[in-house]
Design a binder for this molecule. Sequence first.
Ligand code: AMP
Length: 479
Amino acid sequence: MAEKKKFQAIKGTRDLLPPETELWNRVEQTAREVFGTFGFGEIRPPIFEKTRLFERAVGSETDIVSKEMFNWVDDPDLSGAITKIRAEMRNTKTLPAVDGTAARAMLEKQARMGAFNNLAERVRVALRPEVTASVCRAYIEHEMHALPQPVKLYYTGPMFRRERPQKGRYRQFYQIGAEVLEMVPPNQDPAKNIEKDAAVDAEVIEMVMAFFARLGLEGVKLEINSIGDRECRPKYVELLRAELMKVKDKLGPDSQRRIETNPLRVLDSKLESEQTIIAGLPKIADHLCANCAGQYAEVKRQLGMRGVVFEENWRLVRGLDYYMRTTFEITARGLGSQNAVCGGGRYDGLVELLGGPPTKGIGFAIGEDRLILSLQEAGKGGVAQGRDVFVAWMGEKAQATAIAAAQKLRAAGFRVELPPVEQKFGKALGQADKLGARYALILGDDEIATGQWTVKTLADGSQTKMSEAEFLEMLRKSL
Ligand code: AMP
């Protein structure tokens, strides 16, 4: 039985190791290149923010915020929070006054239970479960509305959600995402400009699809929907709720609960027994207001013009509160039940909700872990060989030449392994093989004396002599 190590990575987190990290870098590099061609610049917001930001933006009622956030009280002496609790206790007649120690104990208990609500906003912070909220905060904080609009930003990095880990679902996972933000000029009715918004939506979707195509992702399926806006969605939600009440007894406990809290989420249900019931529910497409219906039609037309293949899925609602109108999701092959690699949508009004000017927004987040998994399953996860050149050397003079050769080769961009101490050639060649080197450069007294280097091609074992210049030339041509 394998010995249990004293320290292991926490459940739901993992180490990404070479050579796999090379694939991660390639994916991120491709994102930078493709997004760059669409005029996007990179934003790197902090990994933790005030808890309140996520409560506000993502929504306190969502699973992400109510159950899955890693948050803590960030105040070394907690004095402000303790004073607040003591004052509260004094003002509540039925409770006895508490001293500082008791207040601290209460605070810690509350923190453990995740009940931070009566703590000062200042001291509650959380690891980010997503980035859209941070991007909107940054847009406001740095007054990006004064820049040429729209502002197009992308990001990559880790997210944190306390979810039940399984294949393709982690507690620390990575996203690659992008957002387009555009302040609505004063006096302009945000409902107008439907064509323009639709074109922006379509271009954002086109960009993700171009990125996936560049990577060679297989079995890509794009689904789109419109979930209406503040005008038409509430009416649809009421209608849905009324219809769901009629079939309540036939639904499972989760869906029964959601009739009250968030009826749209019932449409998301994967429960086999609920599928025929859901198929008979009213569809939002039949209840969109004129603006939403117009924009949805235009998004479909624009996607067609761009050659982007899509399917409509009226049950695609997305888990976060801030979405409106266009929503989309992309699935890929080889991922089992967690097959969504990208989710996105429009979120006009979110910046305003966070205290900024009226602003339109659309964005998406790609699950990088799943993207990588899908590429690997399809055999597209291949990484370059370990080394280009292994420099085997023996003798003091040969060491000096070996160091100089390694410097020159590395400066030219080749991956070089240079043993730190002298090794017999037989041993050195064995190691070169294990490291997957393409060539072994063999430098001994002979080679130094004649200036003719011995070069062994490891794949076929062939060996030739050549000058330094010839060797460099050959490398450039063959790699
Ligand atoms: P969301 O922010 O929930 O819309 O997620 C966007 C994408 O991130 C999803 O489509 C997934 O690919 C990925 N994702 C979300 N949660 C996780 C997780 N816990 N582990 C791995 N990937 C995730």
